[in-house]
Design a protein around this ligand. Structure first.
Ligand SMILES: Cc1cc2nc3c(=O)[nH]c(=O)nc-3n(C[C@H](O)[C@H](O)[C@H](O)COP(=O)(O)OP(=O)(O)OC[C@H]3O[C@@H](n4cnc5c(N)ncnc54)[C@H](O)[C@@H]3O)c2cc1C
Length: 435
């Protein structure tokens, strides 16, 4: 192998890059972790519920040390109209006791993860924007990656790990990956709103380290395809919307305006009343599921996390951080083995794809392969909240007129609504098969 500055250069210090760097440094490899942010996490955005069991294998006991906000033992899914909400409130003592689901703020979690990398021996270099991959002519259609260029500086290494997030500019720059279609992307806009801890706990009905995750559909996004969330942190709430890019553009809406609409909705407005805006940001989100996976390695390069298209939106949960960490574990193992054999060609690194496909990441992407198409059905966002509220309204708005059985009310409501019965049945069947 030729002279190099490091065995491995990892570009991007989000969870994908940080965990890859940590594991490779632990394996005794020389690793540099580069990020354009002056401080790790400063450019990053998640809702963020971290489904954290995958971290137990990397950092046992992390939950006691990491800057985690609350453990999530209650999940509330709500359909919103402008004036009504119909919800499913799932609270379970079996949840919220361990790392299964925890709320996090990336501005706190990412620096903590990078500190763990440094402890393991990786060199962290924040504030470095990598402009492109350094390449040499290869034997196949794509060049061989031999390092990275940042400004005037070249940094040579045996393997580059592209953990540069959803835009995946590095892998796209050498033709390994294609730009996603607008239907495969969403725009996330999020605000972190500070509240005194006692006020927050009273409003959300939580105590101690326990928290709640709200997922909202319908008028929450002003009926634009997508969803909204509201997660409790220790003394703040993360409120945001995730809006499918194609629908947002088709409706000529602006994503910040949709978040304002949510914040003004009585359901949310009462929860965040009097709060102080602490953080605000927007970021793209992968929405295409398995269809976005594509190619994830070539000579001298592996692609992990969002950069490899690894996010899963099932409508009930958005998972990106745990998939990022899962891919990092697979990549670190494959890169370490390739370095051990001295073959960092696409063939030498091909174990990455095999490990990824066999891991929970690949399996979950295949299990929920139909979810993106299901979530494209517009009635989910425009019709069903009103339909559910109308049925329940007739049931609960008791008056001295003779009552009708619930089944008659429900059928009548569907008949009067713009949703045909066969469309309702088709959507229910598609949801059953997709989720
Ligand atoms: C609004 C919103 C809500 C979400 N909610 C959740 C949730 O609740 N749960 C969940 O699990 N996931 C959620 N996600 C998805 C999750 O945030 C991502 O899947 C996750 O952050 C992916 O991690 P990553 O390490 O691959 O990429 P990122 O976290 O995006 O990290 C990429 C890093 O690369 C750096 N970088 C990029 N380009 C360069 C360059 N050229 N040079 C140097 N550095 C570079 C960036 O600064 C960044 O630090 C949400 C996303 C959004 C936007």
């Amino acid at each position: 192998m030729s002279d190099v500055d490091f065995d491995v250069a990892v570009v991007g210090a989000g969870p994908a890059g940080a965990v890859t760097a940590l594991l490779l440094a632990r394996a005794g490899r020389t690793v540099v972790l580069l990020d354009r942010g002056e401080r790790p996490g400063s450019k990053n955005l998640s809702g963020g519920v971290l489904y954290g069991r995958v971290l137990d294998t990397v950092l046992p006991g992390w939950l006691d040390e990491a800057p985690v906000e609350r453990t999530i033992g209650r999940n509330v899914v709500t359909l919103l109209t402008p004036t009504a909400s119909v919800g499913l409130d799932y609270r379970d003592a079996r949840l919220g006791e361990d790392s299964g689901a925890v709320s996090v703020l990336r501005s706190r979690l990412d620096p903590w993860l990078v500190e763990r990398c440094e402890e393991a021996g990786a060199m962290s270099m924040p504030g470095i924007l990598v402009d492109r991959l350094l390449t040499e002519p290869g034997t196949g259609a794509l060049p061989t990656v031999v390092g990275v260029r940042a400004g005037e500086d070249d940094l040579r290494c045996h393997v580059v790990v592209a953990a540069d997030g959803v835009n995946s500019f590095l892998a796209r720059g050498i033709g390994l990956r294609e730009a996603p279609a607008p239907a495969q992307l969403a725009v996330g806009v999020k605000a972190v709103i500070g509240l005194p801890r006692a006020t927050l706990e009273e409003r959300f009905g939580v105590t101690g380290r326990h928290g709640v995750a709200h997922a909202l559909v319908g008028d929450a996004t002003d009926q634009i395809a997508g969803g909204a969330f509201c997660y409790t942190n220790l003394d703040s709430v993360s409120v945001g919307v995730v809006l499918r890019l194609d629908d947002l553009v088709a409706r000529g809406a602006d994503s910040a305006g949709v978040l304002d609409h949510l914040l003004a909705h009585p359901f949310i407005a009462d929860l965040v009343r009097g709060g102080e805006l602490l953080e605000y940001g927007a970021h793209l989100v992968n929405e295409g599921g398995l269809g976005m996976l594509g190619r994830v390695h070539t000579d001298g390069l592996v692609v992990v996390g969002d950069a490899a298209g690894l996010t899963l939106n099932t409508g009930l949960t958005i998972r990106g951080m745990d998939l990022a960490i899962g891919s990092a574990i697979c990549a670190a193992r494959a890169v370490d083995e390739a370095l051990a054999t001295g073959d960092t060609s696409a063939l030498g690194l091909s174990a990455y794809r095999r490990l990824l496909d066999g891991s929970f990441v690949g399996r979950d992407l295949r299990t929920f392969a139909k979810a993106p198409a299901f979530l494209e059905r517009p009635r989910t966002y425009t019709r069903y909240a009103g339909l559910a509220a109308d049925v329940l309204h007739e049931e609960f708005a008791v008056s001295p007129t003779p009552r009708r059985p619930l089944r008659t009310v429900a059928l009548d409501t569907v008949r009067r609504s713009p949703v045909a019965l066969h469309e309702l049945a088709a959507d229910a069947w598609a949801g059953w098969r997709a989720l």
